[in-house]
Design a protein around this ligand. Sequence first.
Ligand SMILES: *Cc1c(COP(=O)(O)O)cnc(C)c1O
Length: 356
Amino acid sequence: MSKIHNFSAGPAILPSSAIEASIEALKDFAGTGLSLIEISHRSKEYEAVVAEATQLVKDLLKVGDNYEVVFLQGGASLQFDMVPMNFLNDGQKAAYLNTGVWAKRAIKEAGFFGQVEVVASSEDKNYSYIPKGYSIPNDAAYFHCTSNNTIYGTEMFEYPQTNVPIVCDMSSDIFSRPIDASKFAMIYAGAQKNMGPAGATLAVIRKDFLATIKRKIPTMLDYRIHIENGSMYNTPSVFAIFVTMHTLRWIKSIGLEAMESRNKEKADLLYAEIDRNPLFKGTVNVEDRSRMNVNFVLNDPSLEEEFFKLCKSHNLSGLKGHRSVGGLRASLYNALEIESVQALVNAMQAFEKIKS
Ligand SMILES: *Cc1c(COP(=O)(O)O)cnc(C)c1O
């Protein structure tokens, strides 16, 4: 079988080491003679997986004991509810940055729990840029932003200077580069973009921020319960955390500095071709271009179907833009090799030859 280049936006490409380890563990997990998905999550072999995954997150983010790391379920979307339910106390307001569909969904959910102030929005230009120079009210319970806008292909490379706790949805660029985690009161991410399969959600929360919880929270939605129970208050997403742990091992073996160079090189290669090739154009503000999700269109949209056919014949998969925006989107997550980006560039150049 020839290699398929996987540009899917999520669930997305994972390192082959994680896939191989999963296949093995589905047959015989850690020498138990039983499958990973048919043993107790409280077995010592599985508890070691959760412990290692938790430690790998701490190592990669370089956070100390003033942060809690927990694996949850319900996707990043449930975090849109859990964050305000836990941290937006009665009578308070929360500040939100509206940079896309996911941010907007987070804003909508926060509205169920308290007052929401949208401090800036890029909706006026179809989310093609990251707003800058806005101010955050000092009395906000927290400021919520989305580091990478998966659907539109914009990414935040700088964060506002503020004393307000920053909560960031990093679902689609977590571990793609080093970050200063100490700037954030909370980071969360659904695993399936850059960290593992669907079913696990990571939350990293600073202890002083956790201490601001005042409202009575239903048990399953209370961060403190999941933290106190080491991500095992109830049955965790056993398989998803296992694959995530192996993906984190692989990320650590490369290192976040090297990962950033790889990701930058891949993105530069593709954006350079988009800018050079007269058939294509990028759709977002150049300085806000995401390294994870590259959005572009054909200058003549009537050629789109033909280009998709060519992509298919070049073994390029997952390039259709999100159903809400159309066009093309190439997701270049950590595990995607530069050879795959080169294969896409080759297809774009082949298309240029056909059309000239
Ligand atoms: C995909 C995505 C989500 C939604 O994640 P689910 O796990 O499907 O709930 C939220 N935020 C961002 C930035 C995403 O990319």
